[in-house]
Write a protein that binds this ligand. Sequence first.
Ligand code: DQA
Length: 153
Amino acid sequence: MALEKNVKSVLLLHGPNLQLLGSREPEIYGTATLLDHVATVRTAVEKLGWVLADAQSNSEADLVAAIHDARQNHAAIIINPGAFTHYSWAIHDALSAYNGPIVEVHLSQPLRRESWRHVSVIAPLAIGTIAGFGAAGYELAVAGLSHYFQSQH
Ligand code: DQA
């Protein structure tokens, strides 16, 4: 990585339908937009002296490609995979080949919802999953990563 040793680049990924946040089922997902969440994560990451890259896609292929790219370019991934959480073995396998810490985030708590949301094929690859705290979950994800990296020293 071309970055200075202690400057970590974090990749924030969002899966399908999450570009609609703010207007999509606000009673479940809240009123903050995707841009709001990205700004929250950017602020939290920059407070730590790290940098943020972000992407949203409705396409599994785009997300897989972004995860492949992260192998060389990002020290950690925060991912809200949307519905891909529950069945995308392609995203699972891409994350499995990733060499840094992964944090899974959900605005809602999938375990309180329909039974098909109770399975996450991503969770076994994550150092932690944050779900059910709405927008606050993104700051918690960055805090979790910060603790993780401190504990590595
Ligand atoms: C979600 C939960 C998923 O079950 C759902 O498909 C989403 C959003 C969340 O943030 O709560 O699209 O990942």
